[in-house]
Design a binder for this molecule. Structure first.
Ligand code: ZN
Length: 433
């Protein structure tokens, strides 16, 4: 029986070991044409050698084909050549079907485990996967968004740049770092760059530099979420300084202070409100810091940009000298990024986008053990079922829908909008990725 199912080869002998199977084979059809001079049917056998070619595992055992490879000599030109091996990837010394198997396995398993399973070294597995990713990448075409998001996610110990479509809640790519050159590289390769009208980003200078260099007409907007959390950090600095000067007994009186102080006033329940009131009386600085934090958040309820700028100026002037240092990171950012921060009031980023990105950041943090960044990125970008596609436009009449609008006008729809972030989160949470 032919367990090999490779019709181009004859099986000569099979040996079963504990972990490995060796199958001796030879090709069925000898070559007909000399590859050097092109003459036909004037070849004779010259010498032979055994060549190891790895193949798909069988019954959990690694399979090595030992090919009796024939060398030929041409009577016309006197040159020799080794016969070609059908269905074999001669660069990798394994069958093409094994290459395909490895490519898919690497999306789900670590390079080490795939290498062990098929009996090849990890470096080769990594190279096969890299070639595969390059191939997939050449086919990957996401529509360039109107609103582009540039943020970061910690993956495998490093901050990585995440690109997204803010309006469609899709992920477009992950870059290995957040350097200007890396981001410029991505942005300059975007097709139809002029489609990008707005860019939402965190306050990270290389992002701004990269966008200004490649998308000079896009309006940069800093999401309020990145700004208001700095007010929380400033309040935290003041709270920690205060605590460090207290006795252990006094400290116990400030139980759960962090939790209560980080809440907005409107979110506090009766008990929380009373606790806050008590602390404010005992430690007036804490009350001042809390109110500064609260009034900073309030700026983001303004209707217009001018109103917000006005309110910020008053807020800034109201910081007592003793607290300037704690609020300095925030006031400095407000100075360096004022244009982009206040642009928010003209071009608002929806909470839904911010929340979906933050949930993604949370679940991604749990991921990554045993994988390279490259493999993780590939899992996300190339796993089946994660892509979001634009549905076709509503047809004006059913005939149009039935026969397609191609005859009248090009059908719009079908563009790939990126990786659906909510589906991705579900898969990550269920451990399906
Ligand atoms: Zn020849």
């Amino acid at each position: 029986m032919d367990i090999l199912n490779l019709s181009a080869y004859n099986v000569l002998e099979t040996e079963y070991g504990e972990h490995d199977i060796h199958i001796k084979v030879e090709t069925k059809a000898p070559p007909f044409v000399c590859p050097h001079c092109g003459c036909v049917a004037n070849l004779y056998k010259h010498s032979k050698r055994d060549q190891l070619v790895m193949d798909l595992p069988i019954h959990g055992k690694r399979v090595g084909l030992i090919v009796k490879r024939q060398r030929y000599k041409c009577r016309e030109c006197n040159q020799t050549f080794w016969e070609r091996l059908p269905v074999v990837d001669e660069k990798r010394y394994c069958t093409r079907r094994l290459v395909q198997y490895i490519e898919r396995k690497c999306l789900k398993h670590t390079f080490t485990s795939v290498a062990e399973e098929v009996g090849m070294d990890e470096k080769t597995i990594r190279n096969i996967f890299r070639d595969y990713i390059n191939e997939l990448e050449a086919e990957l075409r996401f529509e360039t968004p109107r609103w582009l998001g540039i943020d970061e996610i910690h993956i495998i110990k490093k901050p990585r740049c995440v690109l997204s479509n803010v309006e469609e809640h899709t992920l477009l790519d992950l870059l290995q770092d957040r350097n200007k050159t890396t981001v410029v590289g991505y942005l300059s390769r975007l097709p139809n760059k002029s489609n990008v009208k707005y860019v939402a980003m965190d306050m990270w200078q290389p992002y701004r530099d990269a966008v200004k260099a490649t998308l000079p007409n896009a309006v940069i907007v800093v999401d309020k979420f990145h700004v208001v959390r700095m007010a929380n950090q400033a309040m935290e600095t003041i709270r920690k300084n205060l605590r460090s000067g207290l006795t252990p007994k006094q400290r116990r009186g400030l139980m759960h202070d962090r939790f209560i102080l980080l809440k907005r006033k409107k979110e506090l329940d009766g008990k929380g409100f009373l606790t806050l009131d008590l602390w404010t009386k005992n430690y007036p600085d804490l009350g001042v810091a809390y109110n500064l934090k609260e009034s900073f958040f309030d700026i983001w309820d303004c209707e217009t940009k001018d109103e917000a700028i006005q309110m910020y100026r008053q807020w800034e002037a109201s910081i007592p000298d003793s607290m300037r240092a704690a609020f300095e990171p925030l006031t400095r950012a407000m100075g360096n990024w004022s244009e982009e921060i206040f642009n928010y009031f003209d071009h608002r980023i929806t909470n839904a986008y911010t929340e979906s990105l933050n949930s993604l950041i949370r679940v991604m943090n749990r991921l990554g053990r045993g994988y390279s960044f490259e493999a993780l990125r590939a899992k996300i970008l190339f796993t089946e079922g994660l892509k979001k596609v634009r549905p076709p436009k509503f047809a004006k009449n059913i005939d149009e829908e039935k026969f397609g609008m191609a005859m009248i006008a090009p059908i719009s729809g079908g563009e790939v909008l990126g990786i659906n972030i909510s589906t991705l989160i579900e898969m990550l949470e269920d451990g399906d990725l």
